[in-house]
Design a protein around this ligand. Structure first.
Ligand SMILES: C[S@@+](CC[C@H](N)C(=O)[O-])C[C@H]1O[C@@H](n2cnc3c(N)ncnc32)[C@H](O)[C@@H]1O
Length: 419
């Protein structure tokens, strides 16, 4: 199937699709009223706000995330625990949430999502049973498609169908918008006449083929791996992971064109998720600095939510020729939909757009930290045992980096020497 480039959504005159200035970000006066469950640091809500929707309420239990929400969205009420939330404000038209995926496996699904109030996503359905909010937007890791051999997603879609919603979902790669590879499931359900497929399955572009070179482009990788996987990302970083909730950071490494190997600064990590730099600073008042990595790694990439927000306001056109039979055996394809009558798999890629971006090496504003001698040595040893194919010159670049950091100069001297 040919994938046509997206028409520009921010053409002159289309003021609805322009990013509102910072001062208006949370009070744009048009679009839908949003309730954000499992809000984290508000990736969904910030993106929706940039596309003209307004956050009415938030719900988030973790103190460092609550501190960020309080600092960044001071006018919005933040409820603490979804299990205690009795109902949603009357004005809410769009319920959103990236529920914790491990919760689905832990809660067990024998009672069914809709029957089991012990699962957190079950509380979304408890709230929807009280009032069928016209639109729902969920986000989750792509593993959700395979969880419990597909039964987890089956329970979720059954629960929506029983409540009279039509739905569509799709794996979306953040690389469509920013230099970060990150695949997440975006799921939209509605009771309105609008087809959810016209919202998230209308845009599909081919990812441009780009050739990169170690001398001209930055390359991201997981320095903690190197035996079976590497997360090799040309001119991008691999998925920012959520680290740990006790503050053990897990930033990826980047081999820069000047030969230095760094882990990025947290402010650049925030930008690689589409947030303004410093977005999570307020978390430091209630926890360790490194918790910011967990917060950023857990978040929804802002421009992904912004794209969905624009399409909620102005739906596109879903080509029905993309419909496929759903595979047997409970497996879920990378995209699917329910038209109110039948379920289909959908033939579509993970790139709803390809936003022009600057090279990763230029995108980064901060020096980052040189990967330590210990980390580099351990990683190199793993790569030497591994059967992976590495790009020519990669291991040599790491050896050179190791020599430089073993020299023991200051971070600044090291980075200057690499210039
Ligand atoms: C995957 S993260 C969501 C991240 C968010 N979408 C963002 O952009 O930052 C899931 C969030 O659910 C929160 N959470 C877990 N249990 C909760 C509960 N009972 N009530 C409210 N929030 C909860 C976690 O603290 C975590 O921040």
């Amino acid at each position: 199937m040919t994938r046509e480039p997206l028409r520009s959504q921010s053409s002159p005159g289309n003021t609805r699709n322009q990013t509102p200035p910072m001062s208006r970000r949370f009070n744009t006066g048009f679009g839908m009223k949003v309730a954000g469950m499992f809000a984290g640091i508000g990736g969904l809500e910030v993106g929706l706000s940039r596309s003209g929707h307004t956050t009415s309420m938030l719900c988030e239990i973790w103190e460092p995330a609550r501190a960020v929400l309080a600092a960044q969205m001071p006018n919005v009420t933040v409820e603490k625990d979804i299990t205690k939330l009795r109902s949603l404000p009357r004005e809410v038209e769009l319920l959103v949430g990236g529920f914790p995926c491990q919760d689905l496996s832990q809660a067990g699904l024998t009672a069914g999502i809709d029957g089991s109030r012990s699962s957190l996503v079950g509380h979304i359905f408890r709230l929807l049973e009280k009032r069928r909010v016209p639109w729902v937007l969920l986000e989750n890791v792509s593993f959700m498609l395979h969880l419990d051999r597909g039964r987890a997603l089956a329970k979720i879609v059954e629960a929506f169908e029983e409540l009279g919603y039509r739905w569509a979902y799709r794996v979306v790669n953040s690389l469509a918008f920013l230099p970060q590879r990150r695949q997440r499931v975006i799921f939209v359900a509605t009771t309105t006449d609008t087809d959810p497929a016209d919202v998230i399955l209308a845009d599909d572009v081919a990812k441009p083929e780009r050739s990169t070179d170690l001398r001209t482009h930055a390359h991201g990788f997981y320095w903690t791996e190197g035996v079976r996987g590497l997360g090799w990302a040309p001119d991008a970083i691999p998925t920012l992971k959520n680290g740990s909730t006790v503050g053990i950071a897990s930033p990826p490494a980047i081999l820069l064109p000047n030969g230095s190997v760094v882990t990025p600064d947290i402010r650049d990590a925030e930008r690689l998720q589409g947030f303004p730099e410093g977005w999570t600073e307020a978390a430091e008042a209630v926890g360790k600095r490194n918790l910011r990595w967990s917060l950023v790694g857990n978040a929804v990439t802002v421009p992904v939510a912004e794209w969905v927000g624009k399409r909620l306001t102005t739906p596109g056109f879903y080509e029905r020729g993309r419909d496929q039979p759903l595979p047997n055996g409970g497996r879920w394809p990378k995209a699917g939909r329910f038209d109110g009558d039948r379920r289909f798999g959908v033939d579509i890629g993970a790139f709803p757009a390809w936003k022009t971006r600057m090279p990763l090496a230029d995108f980064l504003l901060y020096e980052g930290s040189p990967l330590s001698a210990r980390a580099t040595r351990g990683f190199l040893q793993r790569t030497e045992r591994s059967t992976l194919n590495f790009v020519e010159g990669f291991q040599d670049a790491l050896r050179t980096h190791l020599g430089a950091v073993e020299g023991g100069g200051s971070r600044h001297e090291y980075l200057q020497a690499a210039e």
